[in-house]
Design a protein around this ligand. Sequence first.
Ligand SMILES: *[C@@H]1O[C@H](CO)[C@@H](O)[C@H](O)[C@H]1NC(C)=O
Ligand SMILES: *[C@@H]1O[C@H](CO)[C@@H](O)[C@H](O)[C@H]1NC(C)=O
Ligand SMILES: *[C@@H]1O[C@H](CO)[C@@H](O)[C@H](O)[C@H]1NC(C)=O
Ligand SMILES: *[C@@H]1O[C@H](CO)[C@@H](O)[C@H](O)[C@H]1NC(C)=O
Length: 443
Amino acid sequence: MDEDDSYVAFAIRIRIFRVNFNIVLSVTLPVKLLLLRQGLYIRRMMLNDYGGKVPSDLTAEERQELENIRRRKQELLADIQRLKDEIAEVANEIENLGSTEERKNMQRNKQVAMGRKKFNMDPKKGIQFLIENDLLKNTCEDIAQFLYKGEGLNKTAIGDYLGERDEFNIQVLHAFVELHEFTDLNLVQALRQFLWSFRLPGEAQKIDRMMEAFAQRYCQCNHGVFQSTDTCYVLSFAIIMLNTSLHNPNVKDKPTVERFIAMNRGINDGGDLPEELLRNLYESIKNEPFKIPEDDGNDLTHTFFNPDREGWLLKLGGRVKTWKRRWFILTDNCLYYFEYTTDKEPRGIIPLENLSIREVEDSKKPNCFELYIPDNKDQVIKACKTEADGRVVEGNHTVYRISAPTPEEKEDWIKCIKAAISRDPFYEMLAARKKKVSSTKRH
Ligand SMILES: *[C@@H]1O[C@H](CO)[C@@H](O)[C@H](O)[C@H]1NC(C)=O
Ligand SMILES: *[C@@H]1O[C@H](CO)[C@@H](O)[C@H](O)[C@H]1NC(C)=O
Ligand SMILES: *[C@@H]1O[C@H](CO)[C@@H](O)[C@H](O)[C@H]1NC(C)=O
Ligand SMILES: *[C@@H]1O[C@H](CO)[C@@H](O)[C@H](O)[C@H]1NC(C)=O
């Protein structure tokens, strides 16, 4: 079991638990490749076409101007919101001028309003204020209820609070998710409801925790739709990406329903999901895009695949010792390499868990570094690559030797990779998960 989990811990965030090693290799990795391919491709198209979000036929001054206008608009919208809030408050007060009871009530409402304001500026402090003033009970259920109602709360702030990795916040997250009723909703309907209730934070680990909680709740409300929570989790991301593919005008290559179905082969613990189900989900997204609160144009696909670092490097082959130029992307504790920057499909994935990095001298190439397994010279590093015919196979490297174009880039890559390795986002989460899994009944 440990072996399974340690392999799974490698995953971007699509981790399939309690599956044997063969399924991980034959199912999980291709699915990941597909999702990754889509996500990166979409991101790339958006970057290529618009260099960010600004149309490319503008001069530098026009861009600046556009930036200013956008900023100004944001400020104005915020001002308007503030004014509206104040007007509402005053109207409320006028209405409530009256008996002492009403005055007390008014006092209380005022404090709640202040708590909300504080919450929107700093969620933790806001909650603390409400608790200290007896306006909220200090239990995860009550806090979850307060966030779920969300009256006057900024959804970004709700997302920040729910995303904290503090044990208590995680309990609130779970209580919050429990308040969502997903029974008899299809996955798209449930996602619509969930993603509208707060703004998902940008950080991979937070997204992972929240989507995991979502998937658990969905499966709890809808027994028998999916073989496992992980299937639900994987499909949720596939749907979020489908949303971007279908509705972002910068993505020209719109997937058909057949492609969507093909993309999701084998994700139900090795089996296929009913075509009818996938068809319905596809149609639902096609007819109406997902909305996210406080949409700033950076949709989830973008967030999901925002790399720590990317650039050209030379990589020494495992079996055949030749140097190949590859486009490397470091994200979520994995190194991906591509033949061209615009490729949809990575040539390889190197999960960084348990690896170390060191500088090395090479007689042929300058600025070299190496990924290796500490204390284990001959063990092959767990990684995968795509063969020319599209098959996904295990890699055959005991070390990965890489050469950077300049000493500065070498330093920077080493720094970033070290940071990625030491963050080791999945191991701890996995350990916690395992504990939980072994203490709760499977359904
Ligand atoms: C909510 O908070 C975020 C981040 O602080 C801010 O960018 C956004 O404008 C706020 N939304 C509203 C409606 O005030
Ligand atoms: C879905 O796509 C639309 C259009 O690109 C975008 O505005 C929205 O943020 C996307 N939703 C999610 C959850 O990514
Ligand atoms: C990674 O390290 C952990 C902790 O030492 C270990 O349990 C696990 O088996 C290792 N994974 C691999 C693939 O060596
Ligand atoms: C990996 O390389 C070794 C020797 O370099 C070779 O014997 C072995 O067959 C290779 N394995 C694969 C799966 O290619």
